[in-house]
Design a protein around this ligand. Sequence first.
Ligand code: PLP
Length: 429
Amino acid sequence: MTDLRDAGQATETQSVPTETTGWGFETTAVQTGIARGLGETVGIPIHQAAAFQFETLEQAQEEFQSNQGLSYARLQNPTVRALEERITALERGAATVALASGQAATFTALLSVCRAGDHVVSTGSLFGGSAGLLNNILPLMGVTATITENTPQAIEAAMRDNTRLVWAETIGNPAGDVPDLEACAATAHARGALLGIDNTWGGVGYLCRPLEYGADIVTHSLTKWAGGHGSVMGGSVTVGNRHSLTRNPIYTDGGESSVLNVRGEGALAWRQRWFGAHQLGMTLAPHNAFLLAQGLETLALRLGRESETALALATWLERHPRVGRVSYPGLPGSAHHTLARRYLRGGFGAVLTFEVEDPAAFLARLGVVRIAPNLGDSRTLVVHPWTTTHGKMPEPARRAAGVTPHTIRMSVGLEDVEDLRADIGGALG
Ligand SMILES: *Cc1c(COP(=O)(O)O)cnc(C)c1O
């Protein structure tokens, strides 16, 4: 981002500044989105404003036609835009819209390619809220979803002529399954559908950049590792620049005046911003955008350390006599280890699950680890998914998502690993 005048003339589809595309993750995370120059802030400033000025009637008229610059903060705000540029660069995408929550991002991604009569295929081990959108909200709009196993064969078998999107998570919640991204992309593209990946657990490109493996849309709950301190909600939708919309009637209907004809390459990004922000108003607040952008600056350090600690705990718990099945993609014995090694770098993530005989007693005895339904916090948090995060799902779907009555899900934080081991060991009895 340079100054407000430049921002005002920016095109709808932001493009990643060329100097950032060659940078490594850590450099991009701290440098992108900040202006250079005399008196410029070192860091992203907060533009705490709902509206932006024009000097002439003509400027206002032009802006209301193009919606490409600054007018009203539901549509665009410079602090939010700086965060969007940073996420776009970290994911090596073409454009990002930042929104008020991960749920808002998932909903926007789904809406951007589906309308009544369309169909979505999704893998089963999903964040509970995403399953809710597919099972409860999409049907209200005449869109159906098939939730299937996380294998390329099962996804292929579930595809229909009206399938517009294949949906999966980089690391399934909480089973720890990793989709074969390249195979999923090939399957989706062969049918004219897009591949959308919820990359929340992939840490905004730190562990995985799904766009590099053929995904077309990447979403995040920024509430998790991006914010990183359990203090702020946010979400984002990023699009790549290799997607084809030529077989989706939403984009092709209308001949000369079709969305694709009018909007060109930026059509998908345009529709996401238009739906998520302009029309539905799921807009991210500038102060939250600032906190999230600041969180991204230490994401690599945090998620790197948390992944190390998670691997150490998973390895230890696997041998613990009072622990049942341990699920973590970093364990060599994990069914998902081969795909995890192929698609993840810099670690296997901060989340593990394990089974204990008596979850209530285990949770009650913890002293350092806290019981709370969040991920990516700087503190280690646990939940009992069977009764909480996945409690509303039908039992077979819960089991398919890797959840049993004995499962504990742990999001590892930044504490000393020995303190965590002592706390968990004590609670196991
Ligand atoms: C938390 C989460 C979401 C939803 O994000 P919110 O910010 O809570 O709305 C979506 N996907 C995954 C994988 C999540 O962990």
